[in-house]
Design a protein around this ligand. Structure first.
Ligand SMILES: Nc1ncnc2c1ncn2[C@@H]1O[C@H](COP(=O)(O)OP(=O)(O)O)[C@@H](O)[C@H]1O
Ligand SMILES: O=C(O)C1=C[C@@H](OP(=O)(O)O)[C@@H](O)[C@H](O)C1
Ligand SMILES: [Mg+2]
Length: 167
């Protein structure tokens, strides 16, 4: 299916959900966030899923969520959880993939306690840094475009310009 979706990937805290919401307004189109979808499908928070059912169960939910998106969603801005491309490498089948890249040290600066609390895999900063190093290459390999997301407005403008050039 030719979907016209735009998929935002990147590490936890790189700004996928924030930028996705803004882009959907700018493009006057729909917005989906896989974490929000999973929480709603399961009627549980991500933290509770990790705590009570474990990461493997969460990855199965992500895979199911992705399959649904791939088969049913078009013309939508989709922010995916930071781990999804690692476990669902066929992500490109559902749309154009943009990697929102931010250096780990900069992510750390923008994450407050509340943001950290929501993310089970960000509880140990050393482990999160190791995860970032491993995933950075994977995100880059699976992306159609890589954007250094330091300045929110600049990122939105770059993505808009990129799509304007497409038409
Ligand atoms: N340039 C930026 N782009 C997007 N979010 C930013 C930026 N700078 C700071 N933030 C903040 O970073 C935090 C994490 O953003 P979020 O969109 O939830 O990330 P993700 O969905 O990638 O985990 C939010 O509190 C957001 O307001
Ligand atoms: O990187 C990961 O493995 C995860 C990222 C989270 O989403 P964000 O990238 O929006 O924080 C969420 O899906 C879950 O906590 C696992
Ligand atoms: Mg998010």
């Amino acid at each position: 299916m030719k979907s016209n979706n735009i998929i935002l990937t990147g590490f936890m805290g790189s700004g996928k959900s924030t930028i996705g919401r803004i882009l959907a307004k700018e493009f006057n189109t729909y917005f989906l966030d896989t974490d929000v979808l999973i929480e709603s499908f399961e009627n549980k928070t991500i933290s509770d899923i990790f705590k009570n059912e474990g990461e493997e169960a969460f990855r199965k939910m992500e895979k199911k969520c992705f399959e649904w998106i791939k088969n049913s969603v078009t013309n939508t801005i989709i922010s995916v959880g930071g781990g999804l491309p690692v476990y669902v490498p066929e992500i490109k089948e559902a749309g154009r993939v943009i990697y929102l890249r931010v250096e780990f040290e900069d992510i750390l600066k923008r994450m407050n306690d509340e943001e950290i609390k929501k993310r089970p895999l960000f509880q140990d900063v050393k482990k999160a840094k190791e995860l970032f190093k491993k995933r950075d290459k994977i995100y880059a390999e699976l992306a159609d475009i890589i954007i250094e997301n330091n300045d929110l407005n600049k990122t939105v403008r770059l993505i808009k310009d990129y799509y304007a050039g497409d038409k």
